[in-house]
Design a protein around this ligand. Structure first.
Ligand code: PLP
Length: 421
């Protein structure tokens, strides 16, 4: 059994093989006991734990370089601005953006999608128009569009999925016509793990003359994301799901779209000049960053992106796929356990139910075994309705999980089944 003391190891995986022990060694929160057992953290789809590298970047910035950004001429403000803008450049390069100004810092995926709905959506969607949203969306890529449609007298319609949890592209074809202005789809489902074929969807959406908004909250942590290759129009992400602090995230948008969109929040930084007669708005990205941003959060996000880049998104995906496969096989061996979401292309998110046991009881019993999973509807109630369940238990794997974590999960679920069986 592993101990909770933190071994001193190189923070990075070797180039030839993914060195999960070295990654684990750099995440202090992992090295503790819960219920007298070493913690197994499998709630990464909700929020990830912070590696030393992110903690150190945040700590160093707060201690030495913190000040407000952009308008200061003194040394600290210049250092803070340099660090903040360096984080923007890192994110832009990580996402394959054509320029850093396409990266807008926001609070997270939820705010990013609300921004698009309230600016692009408000200016482009009219009465009688349609917004298509997939059946597997997190509420944050659904409710902002419902609010917009309510305001505009437009319709928000679902793109159905099949019982494996794959999007029905034939249904998308049927729904796409000239009344559709926006299609909103998640890259990876947080409730089922499905990886959607974004490039294929983008081709269909563009042919119909609409724009594609992608919720990348679960895409960035698990996959290499290249917005140019995906050919989407907007891509939203959250820092806290990719090893950065909470309260910071990103909206990426095509430059020409962002440039033509009206601003959203008004205030400092988003203006060029203000008078009672006329106010002129700032250029990108500042036009969408009213007020003091989460400066330290952005610096932490930059450090997290550096870490993911150094580990290599492909290596991370391969490693997590091993955990997913082992956990899937292990859970399916337990009588009465059913997995929701059996798409052919899946990221490391595993939703399951244990016959006759409420998912909250599963979560609580697993916690007594030191295994942290999430139980609930995962802010995806239409997914739960599709499968006829109120909620599921969900194990989700990140860069620091290993096969020992999988064994602990499977053993703990087995004990739940025995307890109730
Ligand atoms: N979209 C997906 C797929 C998610 O998993 C989440 C969070 O769980 C969100 C959106 C919302 O992210 P945030 O709360 O960081 O805005």
């Amino acid at each position: 059994m592993r101990s909770t003391s933190q071994p001193v190891m190189s923070p990075l995986a070797s180039s030839s093989a993914y060195d999960v022990a070295a990654v684990r060694a750099t995440v202090p929160a992992l090295h503790q006991e819960i219920a007298n057992r070493p913690l197994v953290y499998l709630d990464n789809a909700a929020s990830t734990l912070r590696p030393e590298r992110v903690l150190e970047a945040v700590d160093h910035f707060e201690r030495h370089d913190y000040s407000n950004v952009h308008r200061g001429i003194h040394e600290l403000s210049q250092r803070a601005t340099t660090a903040f803008e360096a984080a923007r450049t890192k994110v832009a390069s990580h996402l394959g953006a054509s320029r850093p100004e396409e990266v807008i810092f926001v609070r997270g995926t939820t705010e990013a999608i609300n921004l698009v709905a309230q600016t692009y959506g408000r200016s482009q969607v009219s009465e009688g128009d349609v917004v298509l949203v997939s059946e597997m969306e997190h509420h944050s890529n659904m409710v902002p569009w419902q609010l917009l449609c309510l305001e505009k007298g437009a319709q928000c319609l679902p793109i159905p999925m099949c019982d494996r949890g794959e999007l029905r592209l034939d249904e998308l074809d049927r729904l796409l016509d000239s009344s559709v202005k926006v299609v909103a789809v998640t890259h990876v489902s947080n409730a089922l793990g499905t990886i959607n074929p974004i490039r294929e969807i983008a081709a269909k959406v563009h042919e119909a003359g609409a724009v594609l908004v992608v919720d990348g909250a679960q895409g960035v942590p698990h996959l290499r994301v290249d917005v140019a290759e995906l050919d989407c129009d907007f891509y939203a992400m959250s820092g806290h799901k990719v090893y950065a602090p909470s309260g910071v995230g990103v909206l990426w948008g095509r430059h020409e779209l962002l440039d033509s969109m009206p601003p959203w929040h008004g205030g400092g930084n988003m203006i060029r000049s203000v008078s009672f007669e006329q106010t002129d708005f700032n250029e990108l990205p500042h036009k969408f960053e009213a007020g003091t941003p989460n400066i330290t959060g952005a610096v932490g996000l930059g450090a997290a992106i550096d870490l993911v880049d150094d580990l290599g998104p492909e290596n991370i995906a391969r490693h997590e796929a091993q955990c997913l496969q082992a956990a899937t096989e292990g859970l399916l061996e337990i009588e009465g356990v059913r997995i929701l979401g059996t798409a052919s292309s899946k990221a490391s998110v595993l939703s399951f139910v244990v016959d006759g046991v409420h998912p909250h009881d599963v979560g609580a019993l697993l916690d007594r075994d030191g295994v942290a999973v999430r139980a609930g509807h995962h802010c995806a109630q239409p997914v739960m309705q599709h499968f006829g369940v109120p909620s599921t238990s969900r194990a989700s794997f990140g860069i620091y999980n290993d096969l020992e974590d999988v064994e602990r999960l499977v053993a703990a679920v087995r004990r739940v089944q025995e307890f109730f069986g």
